[in-house]
Design a protein around this ligand. Structure first.
Ligand code: FES
Length: 104
């Protein structure tokens, strides 16, 4: 496993969102209501980008079809009749003054 630094802690604030691409992995770093999350940058339903998705109370809603996911677990909270996988979530790793992720 290798540490990939994503952002300096001093730059994080509520409302922060930034998309990262590491090899073929697209990640979205989010801070909302003091909580930080690192999730897949695309919806697991049909792959719509989540950068501009609405978020509230630890829930992200995909703007394309309105599927909702828990930001901490990725669990599907609302969907239409078409099933979909959970949103991929990654653990944040803090190293010095930066936050990042461990990847193989
Ligand atoms: S692509 Fe996100 S809900 Fe369909």
């Amino acid at each position: 496993m290798r540490f990939f630094s994503l952002e300096k802690l001093i730059n994080l604030h509520d409302g922060y969102r930034r998309q990262y691409k590491i090899d073929d992995l697209e990640l979205l770093l989010i801070q909302e209501q003091g909580q930080r999350y690192l999730v897949a940058a695309r919806c697991p339903h049909r792959g719509h980008p989540l950068l501009d998705a609405a978020m509230a109370d630890g829930v992200i809603e995909c703007p394309l079809h309105g599927y909702r996911f828990a930001l901490d677990s990725g669990a599907v909270l609302r969907r239409s009749e078409e099933p979909c996988h959970a949103l991929a979530c990654h653990s944040l790793v803090y190293e010095g003054n930066a936050v990042g992720v461990m990847l193989p």
